[in-house]
Ligand binder design. Sequence first.
Ligand code: CA2
Length: 149
Amino acid sequence: MTSAILVINGPNLNLLGTREPEIYGTTTLDDLKAVTTAQAKRHGLAADFRQSNDEGELVTWIQDARTSAAGIIINAAAYTHTSVAILDALQACGKPVIEVHLSNIFKRESFRHHSYVSPAATGVICGLGAQGYVLAVDAMADLLTKVKT
Ligand code: CA2
């Protein structure tokens, strides 16, 4: 079995650190990748860290994870609140899923309070910025240990 965690980031997260620092902070996507892969390494895991603005590409990556990843950490960004396709793909995948958001979506507009991803997730982390990704890796490592035993 592979020990890679697929870390998926959705639309506009490539802009992190360049705009709206009052909401998303000054951390860039490259910074997020660095802290996520470093934390995975501490657990003896590889992190396959990706970003796409394309819903179909995100769905394809989730489908591919059935054979190429041990689990999925996902920040689907705006697709969190709109995408039945991503929910269906996650539910079909059969891998553990942790949902993460940089901001606290429940302190924001009401349309952000509903997540199509959450029904497929074992756990949800939001509002902790980059630390949320680190905690998501810790949670995934724990889940994967439980899956093995
Ligand atoms: O808080 C999160 O991580 C979100 O998933 C971020 C999404 C938002 O639609 C979700 O409701 C919550 C937006 C990502 C866009 O990121 C930007 C970063 C910098 C500048 C503009 C957008």
